[in-house]
Design a protein around this ligand. Structure first.
Ligand SMILES: [Zn+2]
Length: 312
């Protein structure tokens, strides 16, 4: 089975680094990406593009991988603004260029209007959400596991962008990326109970186990925060099913982290470099992570790439 992504989104390779990117944002010149586990220098169990620096990987490898990410995003000189992620609801407004060797702020979302940095957060199963507002030139990224979603991290991000940059949520665009799907994400009944207000957020199997649909929760929270449904794009292959392409904390531990990163297009130049061939054909979908055996397992019922609009 190929690595499927949704319409309007594709995997492109930049400098040997495969990036999941949304076509509409590429057309606007917005540098952004969700990485896969490929294209880096880390060794197992972090092979190869591990971007998390708190998971036990060699610091030099992480630094090299982050440099590859910055280059793939288009400008090596722009530093990554990152956070110490704690599965909470706090949003950091990044006003200054991050200085080297400083502790990142404790937060699970970052927003900025600076065009000389990239924002980046790191993931292994949790939901990455990227934000872009063309009107006010502001971007954001949020980290949403069930705890962060329950803590209101998405609503807080939207509210922070409104307060800091006068962003009207109705003009705010968001992209939800790969995370552990409802096919695999079993949760305890008390966790399931926290999302009782979200229609069909929980799938219950014949053994009575509960599975949480994080994308449905994320989309509902964005809707409640005032985003228009047509401005929320979802490309969400399951990180647990597609562990050959992404890192999954549930499947492998220890493991690496993919990144969700975004920045503003530079004001003082073209949004796209002339030699930056955005119109090139996307990489073949299977090029990133073609499973050895494309046959579907016979005993498996969950969909590997699921559509949140279908019943669960
Ligand atoms: Zn799955």
């Amino acid at each position: 089975m190929a690595l499927e992504v949704s319409f309007g989104c594709s995997i492109r390779e930049r400098g040997g680094v495969p990036l999941l990117q949304w076509d509409a944002w590429l057309r606007d010149g917005v540098p952004h990406a969700i990485t896969t586990r490929h294209g880096g220098v880390s060794r197992a169990p972090y092979a190869s593009l591990n971007l998390g620096d708190h998971v036990g990987d060699a610091p030099g490898a992480v630094m090299a991988n982050r440099a590859k990410l910055r280059a793939a995003l288009g400008d090596m000189r722009r530093p990554l603004a990152v956070a110490r992620q704690v599965h909470g609801g706090r949003v950091e407004v990044v006003r200054d260029k991050p200085a080297p060797n400083t502790e990142p702020p404790e937060a699970d979302a970052l927003v900025t209007d600076r065009a000389d940095i990239y924002l980046a957060l790191f993931f292994a199963d949790c939901v990455p959400v990227l934000f872009y507002n063309p009107k006010r030139r502001a971007v954001g990224v949020a980290h949403g596991g069930w705890r962060g979603l329950a803590a209101g991290v998405l609503a807080n991000t939207v509210e922070t962008m409104r307060a800091a940059y006068d962003v009207d949520p109705a003009t705010l665009e968001a992209a939800i990326g790969p995370h552990i799907g409802v096919c695999c994400y079993e949760v305890s009944p008390d966790v399931a109970e926290r999302f009782a207000d979200v229609p069909r957020a929980i799938r219950t199997d014949e053994e009575g186990r509960s599975f949480l649909n994080l994308a449905r929760v994320a989309r509902m929270r964005l809707d409640q925060a005032g985003l228009l449904i047509e401005n929320v794009s979802i490309s969400a292959p399951c990180t647990s099913c597609f562990v050959d392409a992404y890192f999954s904390h549930r499947v492998e531990n220890p493991t690496g982290r993919i990144a969700a990163a975004i920045g503003l297009e530079p004001l003082d130049g073209p949004g796209r470099d002339e030699d930056d061939d955005l119109d090139a054909e996307p990489e073949e979908e299977g090029a990133v992570a073609e499973p050895e055996d494309p046959a579907e397992p016979e005993d498996e019922e969950p969909r590997r790439v699921w559509n949140i609009d279908e019943g669960v």
